[in-house]
Design a protein around this ligand. Structure first.
Ligand SMILES: [Zn+2]
Ligand SMILES: [Zn+2]
Length: 139
């Protein structure tokens, strides 16, 4: 069983994820742009029980997602880095790939919320793009 470890920028907050992600997504929604300072967030999705905080205590910022259900951002109060967001609408965590210690073999499988992307957004090659979410997902 693959276990990957990750941490925030200062190392106060550490986590692990088990197994392979169920999805890997470039999200171009406005919130992700704000939180990353970039055109997108690269999140790998893990079922809730596969994500564990192993050190430190995350601060939580809750907001309403597009679905109207809570998105709980887990971030480090010391350095401000968000390591993951709990998507309660789907019962999974979207883990920030940039916070994983190593991310060999992880690549985006789709681009979502591209309707909100800036005109200068950069898209991965060869993966489907969706204005919002793929049909049948979320909602
Ligand atoms: Zn930190
Ligand atoms: Zn987003």
């Amino acid at each position: 069983m693959t276990v990957r470890n990750g941490s925030c920028g200062c190392g106060d907050l550490k986590y692990s994820v088990e197994g392979e992600p169920v999805n890997s997504v470039f999200c171009y929604c406005k919130e992700c742009q704000i939180h990353t300072g970039s055109d997108k967030w690269f999140g790998v999705w893990y079922p809730k029980e596969k994500f564990k905080i192993t050190s430190g205590n995350p601060s939580i910022y809750a907001r309403k997602g597009m679905s109207g259900k809570d998105m709980n951002h887990l971030f480090c109060a010391n350095c401000g880095v968000m390591v993951a967001a709990e998507v309660t609408a789907g019962n999974f965590y979207s883990v920030g790939v940039s916070t994983l210690d190593e991310f060999d073999g992880l690549a985006p499988a789709m681009a979502i919320y591209t309707a909100s992307a800036p005109s200068w957004a950069v898209y991965p090659e060869g993966v489907p793009k969706f204005d919002t979410l793929p049909p049948g997902m979320g909602g």
